[in-house]
Design a protein around this ligand. Structure first.
Ligand SMILES: NC(=O)c1ccc[n+]([C@@H]2O[C@H](COP(=O)([O-])OP(=O)(O)OC[C@H]3O[C@@H](n4cnc5c(N)ncnc54)[C@H](OP(=O)(O)O)[C@@H]3O)[C@@H](O)[C@H]2O)c1
Length: 290
């Protein structure tokens, strides 16, 4: 691993940290001295992950908190309770994600992949901005995917109500991560809160749990371990060389260009506006960004 920051005294919140890349990211940050908060929808799984991380890092390195990204009101109340109890946040890793075979909707009536992978992390980040600003220099990391390169924004039907579902919904959500990260980074220039997105690699995790095993087996020989897959997230969260890097996209702990569409400022602003509209239409009033 490249040079890393001494993370002692830092608070890092990682979503979807009970398994896969998120758990290994939390472990990596805890091993560097950070206090990590595992924000998970299943508290039993979170407790198991906490025990595992504390056994390798140190006792009292880990907190757990309930966060269900498929429920926007719960996301907001989580963020507000989290904020009420502290004076700073150093790192937010928006890691949790889903990949669905068939279209599903969340409690808010939103298409689940767009909601869990993009809209809820966007809301969480906006709600936590005051705490991140209080912790500045601080970092927001969006775990996107190289699948965003083949992604398109289905602008006329972002929730795939008119068909065309399948891998397109996942790729769109990962493209939305990069577009949103770049739009937010622009808004936060000068605040010393950086916002970046990344591809973790092709990693053997539970992300394909909705797909047939035989299909996943085809990719098996090429997949990295979750520990290897977490390296780029840990890098983005704390490598000292990135202190001023914002609006960037990383793969294998290197800055690389995102797709032409992700780099398109008009698309970034369109996604930003449409995302905030969708959140408002779901009955969520948003905090000011500046
Ligand atoms: N694996 C890869 O090859 C790969 C490649 C590119 C990008 N990624 C990205 O990497 C990130 C991590 O995925 P992974 O591969 O580690 O997958 P994973 O093993 O399936 O882990 C996903 C995590 O997200 C959590 N999650 C799902 N729905 C949630 C919800 N409604 N609220 C809160 N948490 C929720 C899961 O919790 P439960 O266990 O309770 O379901 C789990 O902790 C994702 O954003 C994914 O898109 C992965």
């Amino acid at each position: 691993m490249a040079k890393t920051m001494d993370m002692r005294g830092r608070i890092c919140l990682i979503t979807g940290a009970n398994t896969g890349i998120g758990k290994e990211t939390a472990k990596g940050l805890a091993l560097l001295g950070a206090r990590v908060v595992l924000a998970c929808r299943d508290m039993e799984k979170a407790a198991v992950a906490k025990r595992e991380i504390e056994a390798e890092a140190r006792q009292d390195a880990v907190e757990t908190a309930r966060l269900d990204l498929a429920d926007l009101r719960q996301v907001r109340s989580f963020a507000r309770e989290f904020t009420a109890g502290r004076d700073r946040l150093d790192v937010l890793v928006n890691n949790a994600g889903i990949w669905k075979r068939r279209r599903e909707t969340t409690k808010d009536g939103l298409e689940a992949v767009l909601a869990v992978n993009h809209l809820a992390p966007a809301l969480l980040t906006l709600e936590l901005l005051p705490l991140l600003k209080a912790g500045a220099p601080s970092r927001v990391v969006f775990v996107s995917s190289d699948s965003h390169y083949s992604g398109r924004m289905n602008w006329a039907d972002l929730q795939f109500e008119r068909g065309g579902y399948g891998p397109a919904a996942y790729r769109q959500s990962k493209l939305a991560n990069v577009l949103f990260a770049k739009a937010l980074a622009r808004r936060l220039e000068g605040s010393r809160v950086t916002v970046n997105a990344l591809h973790p690699g092709v990693v053997a995790t539970e992300i394909g749990r909705d797909y047939p095993r035989w299909l996943l087996a085809l990719a098996k020989p090429f997949r990295m371990t979750p520990n290897e897959g977490a390296r780029c997230s840990v890098y983005a969260a704390c490598d000292p060389s990135l202190e001023k890097e914002t609006g960037a996209y990383f793969r294998k702990s290197k800055l690389v260009p995102a797709s032409p569409l992700a780099e398109n400022r008009e698309a970034q602003e369109k996604l930003w506006a449409m995302s905030l509209d969708m959140l408002r239409q779901a009955g969520i009033s948003l905090p000011p960004v500046d």
